[in-house]
Write a protein that binds this ligand. Structure first.
Ligand SMILES: [Zn+2]
Length: 67
């Protein structure tokens, strides 16, 4: 019940799977659920790209470009 409690609470960070930015989960602009996992995005645009083809951004280390 002190002001220190605010500082003791550490923010949980997640990585935006689309642009690989660090996202504070409490302040994420957008979230998406896929295969039982929650993903956090820095912007609705990233979520939109993810939702189009989630598997493109998950479990792949190669660039998400393919022709
Ligand atoms: Zn992003």
């Amino acid at each position: 019940m002190g002001i220190l409690d605010i500082f003791r609470k550490k923010p949980e960070m997640a990585t935006d799977p689309v642009c690989h930015m660090s996202v504070d989960v409490a302040k994420a602009r957008a979230t998406s659920h896929f295969e039982g996992e929650t993903f956090y995005f820095c912007a609705p645009g990233c979520k939109h790209m993810f939702d189009e083809d989630p598997s493109k951004y998950i479990g792949s280390e190669k660039p998400a470009v393919e022709m």
